[in-house]
Design a protein. Sequence first.
Length: 219
Amino acid sequence: MPTISKQLEWGIELVVADDEGSRFYLDQYKPFRLAALKQDPDAFGSTYEREINFTDTDWLGRIKNPLAKTFVAVNPHDKRVLAATSLIGPLSNAGPASNPSQASTEMRDGDDQPQIHGEASPVSYQMAGVYTMPEARGRGIAKALVKVATVQAIAEANRLCKQLALSVIVYSSNHAAISFYESCGFVAAAEGPKISFNPVKDSSDEELCMRYHDQRSPE
């Protein structure tokens, strides 16, 4: 897998859907994801009980989705995943989804295609929330992951000669997450919080859409 950013204690990689990437996804990312769901269930729109029952085919379907790119921060010594995020897009419209991975899967499997034509329309991407394992927090890893994903989205928009509409959804009660994304160049959308129903958890939460406001490469 290509290493995008490297530090002494961790490096950021893009998980590629080849044989090596698939083995990594099952051997390293899957345990990371399940541990995260178990440790911090309120941080996710999915649940441990749901994903523990996924088959390998279900897991690999995520990295084989052409609309999703998964970025991971890994320990260079044992390849353990320390943090991860996903960049989803281009999406069919600029309206963010509570579960962007599910939305992109439905686009992939259906007839809904990304709207990237027309000079006035922006190219729309959504970042899945960054999650960092507790023991790896406080090292700047999450911010580095957001930077890498943002640069990827900017590069794609520039390639298409388009404006970029990049967003992330956070729970409006998660003030720490809101402050974090503000420090990464995101601002709360003008429409403010809204109630969204999550069929996986059979519950409703107040969510806030935050949009990246500077299309220059983040420093």
